[in-house]
Design a protein around this ligand. Structure first.
Ligand SMILES: NC(=O)c1ccc[n+]([C@@H]2O[C@H](COP(=O)([O-])OP(=O)(O)OC[C@H]3O[C@@H](n4cnc5c(N)ncnc54)[C@H](O)[C@@H]3O)[C@@H](O)[C@H]2O)c1
Length: 345
């Protein structure tokens, strides 16, 4: 199968792309590569003949990017709440309009399948425990509202074209990848425990959050792509496992137990509006998929990566908000100060 992965250079993409290549698929990774192309260097070295990097923007990419493509996995976008607030108009153009135009263009080009990266954050402030795919959606951020609308428009496209559409609502992801993010809860708390022997809990700590390892996300996407169309057409799956639903305070204690001498402190902050405890029964029962990696596995993996120097916790590209803020500043400086195509030199 030839799979076009938008956002293929990102945190999930840089694990998914080699995973799909390892299963024998051809992959085109379409990305602005805001975090660099080196996130896919391992995949390129191993499978360069079946991997094609496409530096393009989901807001403007032409239909030729779908030539010969069997499936679209749509991961592109600004990927957390605070980064989406930097420039709400840019967020709408990228996360909502960009997704809409890519889904519609894929359907027009005769692509057979679309898998859309949604998020469990669509449940927002969940009204009950064990939220299922049919529970009420209550998005409390621009990021999450774009996901709700993205799902709606995806299924609208699929209602009027012969394309198999599936939405995957990922839990908050953890673990190492080609673009390890240190702004997702398990990774950032583990990093702080390792570096400072201190974990600060924001938002009260009682809020529920589900978690899933990045390799389980990649495996779920591959599993969906390889199912008969009629099984996954029109389906929405929460992606994670019941065992990895935790209150944030309990996540902090769990990480503390892996790092001798670490303390947990509560920040004086407002309660976190995002509070959702999610059921993963549909993924388990309908797709037969059960994530393999526990939160403890992820903590140990991140600790080992830090200890062995395989990840750099100081790299700005590990922090989505910081990196996009930097790019905004660079763009502003370029606009105001550049002369004859040069800035400082
Ligand atoms: N990581 C999580 O915990 C998580 C949880 C739920 C859902 N998701 C969703 O999964 C998807 C991937 O998340 P991630 O953690 O890998 O994020 P990421 O930020 O690492 O990756 C997103 C990629 O999209 C690219 N991109 C941004 N704007 C673009 C544009 N206009 N055109 C082309 N490419 C563009 C970026 O360069 C980046 O490589 C996102 O849609 C995110 O909302 C992630």
């Amino acid at each position: 199968m030839h799979v076009l992965v938008t956002g293929g250079g990102g945190y999930i993409g840089s694990t998914l792309v080699p995973h799909l290549l390892g299963r024998g698929h051809h992959v085109s990774a379409l990305d602005r590569f805001f975090f660099g192309e080196q996130t896919l260097s391992g995949a390129q070295a191993l499978y360069g003949d079946r991997l094609h990097l496409v530096r393009a923007d989901v807001r403007t990419a032409g239909e030729e990017v779908f030539e010969g493509v069997d499936a679209l996995v749509d991961l592109a976008g600004i990927s957390n709440d605070p980064a989406c607030e930097l420039d709400p108009q840019l967020t709408l153009e990228t996360n909502l309009e960009g997704a809409r135009r890519m889904h519609a263009a894929a359907a027009r080009a005769g692509v057979g399948r679309i898998v859309f990266a949604s998020s469990c954050s669509v449940y927002g402030h969940g009204a009950s425990e064990a939220l299922t795919e049919s529970s009420e959606l209550n998005p409390v951020s621009l990021y999450a509202r774009c996901k709700v609308e993205g799902e709606r428009s995806l299924f609208a496209v699929a209602a009027s074209a012969p394309v198999t559409a599936t939405a995957l609502r990922f839990a908050t992801v953890f673990g190492l990848s080609g673009r390890t993010r240190f702004d997702v809860a398990v990774n950032v708390m583990t990093k702080n425990a390792y570096l400072y022997r201190k974990i600060t809990v924001d938002g009260g700590g009682k809020q529920w959050r589900p978690f899933v390892h990045v390799r389980d996300v990649a495996e779920t996407i591959a599993t969906v792509l390889e199912q008969p169309c009629e099984r996954v057409a029109g389906q929405v799956y929460n992606v994670g496992s019941d065992a990895n639903n935790l209150r944030i305070i309990n996540l902090a204690y769990r990480i503390r137990d892996h790092v001798p001498g670490c303390e947990v402190v509560m920040a004086a902050s407002d309660p976190d509006l995002r509070d959702y405890n999610v059921s993963f029964e549909h993924l388990r029962e309908h797709l037969g998929f059960v994530p393999r990696w526990s939160i403890d596995d992820g903590i140990e993996e991140v600790l080992a990566g830090l200890r062995e120097g395989r990840v750099d916790p100081e790299d700005r590209r590990g922090y989505t908000l910081k990196h996009y803020s930097f790019l905004c500043d660079v763009e502003r400086a370029w606009r105001e100060l550049s002369l004859a195509g040069r800035l400082l030199t």
